[in-house]
Design a protein around this ligand. Structure first.
Ligand code: S3P
Length: 447
């Protein structure tokens, strides 16, 4: 029987991933996904500003956490060579970041830029300049600049609120900010800015976003109050942070690719071990279960303040569902791969309230609709979502990641159920959050 062919073609500038994937018998195996990206950023940042040593096990070695590590090294934190076994961070202590002598480069990482801005704005007597890559310099920063300015921050930006940015750090005032969007990056930025402010800094969101900052700040010794009813989080300043041991669970946003692959490739059974299943992140499980995917959580446990489980997926016939409202922030990064699942499901899946996807690493609504439609899917774009009518056969063709890591990997999973050969251009984007993606793809396909 023919097996899959998965070839990564490297050139000096870009990689392309060519997949022709008859997968007789389906995908099989037990696998591990790399460390959670959100938790990895926060462990490096809190380690850098805490007193004493932080030890991080399971750090994601993707490009985004590397950007965070480089920025905080430039501000005086001693961070050991990055590896997934153990990274040690010698923190400078709260309010004691050093003025860097060069521009801080957040690369492709919105989390690095937005969270870091909270710390830079509240760092007295230091001046900072911050930039990022083409994608990040076109992403909105006003959402953090405006509330930081309400706290008294001094920030300069390009017209429209885009990076490059300049910051003159100073002592800030606490505020209660009613955020118009459910964004963990906005919330975390303000909580970090509030660490050195005198009093309570509170962020109230329209729906609950991921709460890794609240959990980790508490573990490092800050007083953090959360009100799940009103979706509010408060940090009491000035805080004291002491270095800790952080054990980073596998990233459910990376596991999502295998959950969908296992669900849509007939005959598959995969177990993804050690996945973080924080309630603010498991919207993907809820959506796939609503689509009648066969997914079970096993070996559920708590590791260093975060719930963790092994996830088993077996292929099954999927049905369309509606994904909207409060569910969106809990699966915000998984909508590209959910679009692939929906393209294979019976009926029309409706995604709404997801306009935020237009300002991610790419315009994920436009890019996923266009690229999957090139493969034969039936997707209609809406200002804040997609209608995806599943069940049309996908055909391999040339598609493009638009340099967006989650788009690149979602298209690779779509290729597993397409006839013929699919070539994904600019596939190197996967390294932002999942450097081992192609190797694991080959492994589960038995190549
Ligand atoms: C993240 C929050 C989310 C998410 C991003 C990581 C975080 O962004 O999309 O990948 O680590 O706080 P928003 O806060 O902009 O929704």
């Amino acid at each position: 029987m023919p097996t899959a062919t998965i070839i990564l073609n490297r050139t000096e500038t870009h990689d392309s991933l060519t997949i022709s994937a008859p997968t007789p018998g389906g995908l099989h195996g037990r696998l591990q996904v790399p460390g959670d990206k959100s938790i990895s950023h926060r462990a490096l940042m809190l380690g850098a500003i805490a007193q004493g040593e932080t030890r991080i096990q399971g750090l994601l070695l993707g490009e985004d956490p590397r950007s965070t590590a480089a920025c905080f090294r430039a501000m005086g934190a001693t961070i050991s060579e990055l590896n997934s076994d153990l990274v040690t961070v010698q923190g400078v202590g709260l309010g004691r970041l050093q003025e860097p002598i060069a521009v801080l480069d957040a690369g492709n990482s919105g989390t690095t830029m937005r969270l870091m801005l909270g710390l830079l704005s509240s760092q007295p007597a230091c001046f900072f300049t911050v930039t990022g890559d083409d994608s990040l310099r076109s992403r909105p920063m006003k959402r953090v600049i405006q509330p930081l300015q309400q706290m008294g921050a001094q920030i300069w930006h390009r017209h429209g609120g885009f990076a490059p940015l300049a910051v003159q750090g100073r002592i800030l005032q606490p505020i209660h900010y009613q955020s118009p969007i459910a964004s963990a990056q906005v919330k975390s930025c303000l909580l970090l800015a509030g660490l050195t402010a005198e009093g309570n800094t509170t962020v109230t969101e329209p729906a609950l976003s991921r709460d890794h900052s609240e959990r980790m700040l508490k573990a490092f010794g800050a007083e953090v109050l959360v009100d799940p009813e009103t979706h509010s989080a408060t940090v009491v300043g000035p805080a004291q942070l002491q270095g800790q041991t952080v054990i980073v669970p596998g990233d459910i946003s990376s596991a999502a690719f295998w959950l969908v692959a296992g669900a849509i490739v007939p005959g598959s059974e995969l177990v993804i071990e050690n996945v973080g299943v924080n309630p603010t992140r498991i919207g993907i499980l809820e959506a796939l279960l609503a689509m009648e995917a066969d997914i079970t959580q096993e070996n559920c446990r708590e590791v260093a303040g975060e719930p963790v489980a092994d996830l088993r997926v077996r292929s099954s016939a999927l049905k369309a569902c509606t994904i909207a409202g409060d569910l969106i922030p809990r699966l915000i990064d998984e909508i590209p791969i959910l679009a692939v699942a929906a393209a294979m499901a019976k009926g029309t899946t409706v995604i709404r309230d997801a306009a935020e996807l237009r300002v991610k690493e790419s315009d994920r609504l436009a890019v996923m609709a266009a690229q999957l439609n090139r493969m034969g899917a039936n997707i209609t774009e809406h200002p804040d979502g997609l209608d995806i009518t599943g069940g049309t056969a996908l055909t391999g063709t040339e598609v493009d990641s638009y340099t967006d890591h989650r788009v690149a990997m979602s298209l690779a999973i779509a290729a597993l159920v397409a006839t013929g050969t699919t070539t994904i251009h600019r596939a190197e984007a996967a390294a932002i959050s999942y450097p081992e993606f192609t190797t694991t793809l080959q492994q589960v396909c038995g190549v």
